[in-house]
Design a protein around this ligand. Structure first.
Ligand code: SAH
Length: 256
């Protein structure tokens, strides 16, 4: 059996209870060494074989998994954050299906959630934005034309940009070309929830200069939108005394 497990954003105790249990039980762990906190491997059992996939190809990863399967061993494939985002798990799952190897996926806390927690931020503020765009700049992996940053920028929704910390100059240009004002609040979150985390609040017009000043070129998320300021929002309807829900009736006395 193979388990794809989300390791969480960085801090060792931000893996799920299920993920930690699977790690304890694993005979083989293949982890994404570039981004997964190696501290998570402390909980593995004696004799567990550990491989860093940062130095391996897909074929080599699959070979390790197949060997473990043939020997009746349990493998954990440990991915950073949640495996559903930029995790390259589909190609692994398809290969396992072709070989009739059973697998399951255990979710994790994505770095975009870790970054919001570190910034003490709610992405979906009433009257500001009710949507979050998770996207990236084009790198070696192509981004479809219809998903350019500048077209998403037209929505002015909260945007969280992955895999783009090394492209801050062009990201800034794209955001401005898409209609964000230079003064729109933004943040660069480096290694959210790791001990060396850095939170840099800035504006869209200051993204590149901030990244350069702070020496940030990788492992960061860029968060953009009026929501980053966490101001001028409307209070929630859900907890409004004058608003009835299936769980709570309006009580005239509690209306201020
Ligand atoms: N599956 C992961 C994303 C993998 S792609 C997730 O759910 O978070 C790798 C990119 O994620 C990095 O380039 C960076 O943009 C972002 N990232 C991963 N961990 C991060 C962290 N702790 N802090 C900030 N960004 C992080």
């Amino acid at each position: 059996m193979v388990h794809f497990v989300g390791a969480g954003p960085g801090a060792e105790d931000l893996i799920t209870v299920r993920g930690a249990r699977l790690l304890q039980q694993a005979d083989v762990v293949i982890y994404a060494g570039s981004l997964v906190n190696p501290g998570l491997l402390k909980g593995t059992k004696a004799g567990c074989k550990i491989f860093d996939s940062a130095k391996m190809t897909l074929e080599e990863v699959l070979q390790k998994i197949c060997r473990a399967e043939a020997a009746g061993l349990m493998t954990v494939r440990l991915h950073t954050g949640d495996p559903c985002l930029y995790g390259a798990i589909r190609e692994q799952m398809d290969a396992l299906e072709a070989k009739k190897i059973a697998y399951e996926v255990c979710p994790g806390v994505s770095s975009f959630c870790g970054a919001a927690a570190s910034l003490k931020m709610e992405y979906t503020l009433p009257d500001i934005s009710q949507s979050v765009v998770l996207t990236r700049m084009e790198g070696r992996t192509k981004v479809p034309d219809r998903e350019r940053i500048r077209s998403f920028a037209a929505h002015q929704a909260t945007m969280v940009i992955f895999l783009s910390a090394g492209l801050l100059k062009s990201l800034e240009k794209e955001l401005l070309a898409g209609g964000y004002d230079r003064s729109t609040p933004a943040a660069i979150v480096y290694k959210a929830t790791w001990p060396e985390e850095k939170l840099c609040r800035c504006t869209v017009g200051g993204l590149a200069a901030t990244g350069e000043r702070e020496g940030i070129g990788k492992t960061a998320l860029i968060i953009v939108g009026d929501g980053v300021a966490q101001k001028d929002y409307a209070r929630s309807k859900l907890y409004d005394p004058g608003f009835e829900t299936g769980f709570r009736k309006v009580c005239p006395k509690s209306t201020p």
